[in-house]
Design a protein around this ligand. Sequence first.
Ligand SMILES: [Zn+2]
Length: 325
Amino acid sequence: MKEEDAYRWFERARWHDNGGKPYCPVCGNLEVFSIRRRRFRCTAKECKHEFSVTSGTILANRKLKFRTLVMAIALAVQSVKGKAATELKRQLGVDYKTAFVLLHKLREAIAAQREDLKLDDVVEMDGMYVGGHIRPENKAEDRIDRRLAENQTGKRMAIIVMRERGDGNRTLAAAAPDERGDVAWHLVRNHVRDGAGLCADQHKSYDELVGLASMVRNDHGKAYVETPDASTNQAESFFSRARRGEIGIYHHVAGKYLDWYAAEWAWREDYRRMDFRSLAKGLLRQALGQPVSRNMAGYWQRPNKRDQPLVGWNPLSGMQTAPTG
Ligand SMILES: [Zn+2]
């Protein structure tokens, strides 16, 4: 791919609502002129804003070539389980820090999209634990309930997933310090359509949800699910893929970025059958629709930034101030 072709990808993604032609990102004026190569200025007297194809987006202040960025996005979407920064670094010939920040920015753009997601139909809800691994014993009677607080190592966090059955089959996943009832409640209230059904297991976190939606519960402790309606198979199939991503691709996902990884896995799950060219274009459009990252801008330059909680989409304020790993 030539640099000029890659730039076209960016134009079409950023100005998709104007046929790939630039317009002012500040005042919306369509009359802009080119001041130098790939830089534009708004003609509106009171505006005169100067911009490029990435200005004001999460990919602003890029140091990489357009073709390297397109390649990075194509490589990032290729695998269904995820993309490790170490691998991207080798494939692109960039340094680790660059690959790391770029992949996190893409995750942030994916994660932010959840804000508008409303699930419908029957929604299965379940939790998965990540980090602070406790090795399962071989004999069933020696196994401990890993959900019990006293068995937690302090680094353990939960991913709560909601997944539609039926045609939509869309997935919303979020991280929480634990499989917490208040987080589950906020997720259902904000992201499940009125009239949709809900299906969850017997975990007490889901007890409060009965007031929000019609609900069936199943009991994981039993050998089988009594009625097909009570299964959370869709949620569990998401977890099995997420687990392979956790173990096989990303080795330390617990901590403040777990929420972004959860969102990324849900996104990969939902789009796993889409051809990768469309996926790459879709992700580029999402990234260019996302404002400059307050989380990732200056990440390596400002060490204290790494200890701060993430800002952005958050189903429950304070939720992402979970233990950092
Ligand atoms: Zn303007």
